[in-house]
Design a protein around this ligand. Structure first.
Ligand SMILES: O=C(O)CCC(=O)C(=O)O
Length: 279
C-alpha cells in the first residue's frame, strides 16, 4: 500500500494521471447499478470543474445525533497529533483544528450510513469509473485564530491516490467569517502549480482566473463533492466554530489513513467491498 501511495505521488501530470487511472479502473470491480440522471450530471460537473454541490445526503436528525454523541468527546489538533487531546470546553490557545480520532468516530451514529448514501456512491463510482473504496472518514472542527493560516489553510493539492474524490458535509452554518472552504475550479486538470507543497494565495491568483476561485459558504447539512487533486484550502476562522464531516473514496487504500478500527454500525446494509477497510 505504501509503495503504490508513494509511486503515484511522483506522477503529477494530470493527463498522465487520468490515463493511468483509466487503466487501473479496468482492474477494479465494477458498480453494477445504473446511476440516476442527477448523479450523471454531478459527474459531468466534476469532470469539467472538479467541484459540485450534492444535496440531501444527511438529515437534521442525523446531524443532531452526531453532535450529541461528539459533545463530550476529546479531539486532537489535526496537523499535530502529538499534542494533548482537548474537549470543546478547553480548546487550547493557538489550536486551529480539533479532529476526532478513528476510535471516537467508529462509535459515532450514522457515519457509515451517510458514506453509503446511494447518490454519493453513484457519483463517486461514475467519477472513478469503478467500484469505489471508502478510504477515509474524518470529522473536525476549525477554531478562530489570529495568527494567520496554517497547514490546509494554505492552497494545496491532495495526492492520495491516482484518482480519488472527497465529500464535504458542513455540520455548522458556514459564512465568510467561519472559515469557508475554497476551491479553484478547473485546477484538477491544469498543468501548473503541480508540486506537492503549500501555495500562497498570490501564487494561485497569478496562475488562475479569480472568477474560478470558489468560496464555498453554506448552511448546516449542505454538502459538496470535490476532486481535491485540484487546488483547495480551508480559510482561517474569524468567528464561531466550523464543523466538517468528510468522506474520501479512492481506487486503492490510502497510506495516510488508519484502518484498524471497525465501524460496526449498519454492516448488514452496506457493500462489503466498498467498506472493507472499515468493517
Ligand atoms: O478545511 C478545509 O476546508 C480544507 C480541508 C482540506 O484541505 C482537505 O481536507 O483536504
Amino acid at each position: 500500500m505504501k509503495f503504490w501511495f508513494h509511486t503515484q505521488r511522483k506522477i503529477l501530470n494530470p493527463v498522465v494521471r487520468e490515463k493511468l487511472s483509466k487503466a487501473m479502473a479496468i482492474t477494479r470491480p465494477k458498480m453494477l447499478e445504473d446511476a440516476g440522471s442527477e448523479s450523471k450530471d454531478i459527474v459531468e460537473n466534476l469532470l469539467s470543474t472538479g467541484f459540485s454541490p450534492i444535496t440531501d445526503v444527511i438529515s437534521e436528525e442525523q446531524i443532531l445525533d452526531i453532535k450529541n454523541y461528539l459533545s463530550d468527546k476529546k479531539m486532537f489538533e489535526r496537523y499535530d497529533r502529538k499534542r494533548a487531546e482537548f474537549g470543546l470546553n478547553d480548546i487550547p490557545d493557538g489550536a486551529h483544528t480539533g479532529s476526532y480520532s478513528e476510535d471516537v468516530l467508529s462509535g459515532c451514529p450514522h457515519l457509515l450510513n451517510i458514506a453509503n448514501n446511494t447518490k454519493i456512491l453513484e457519483v463517486v463510482s461514475g467519477f472513478l469509473e469503478c467500484k469505489p473504496t471508502l478510504s477515509n472518514i474524518t470529522l473536525w472542527n476549525s477554531f478562530p485564530s489570529e495568527d494567520g493560516p496554517r497547514n490546509a489553510e494554505y492552497f494545496h493539492r491532495d495526492v492520495d491516490d491516482i484518482k480519488f474524490i472527497k465529500v464535504f458535509i458542513y455540520l455548522t452554518d458556514v459564512d465568510e467569517e467561519s472559515g469557508p472552504h475554497v476551491y479553484v475550479e478547473g485546477s484538477s486538470k491544469a498543468n501548473k502549480l503541480l508540486r506537492i507543497r503549500r501555495y500562497q494565495d498570490q501564487e494561485v491568483y497569478k496562475e488562475f482566473n479569480p472568477e474560478k476561485i470558489r468560496v464555498i459558504t453554506g448552511k448546516v447539512g449542505d454538502a459538496f463533492i470535490e476532486d481535491t487533486f485540484g487546488l483547495h484550502k480551508g480559510t482561517v476562522v474569524e468567528k464561531g466554530i466550523r464543523t466538517v464531516l468528510q468522506f474520501e473514496y479512492s481506487m486503492f487504500p490510502i497510506a495516510s489513513s488508519r484502518y484498524d478500527v471497525n465501524f460496526a454500525e449498519d454492516v448488514v446494509h452496506v457493500d462489503p467491498y466498498i467498506n472493507r477497510l472499515y468493517l
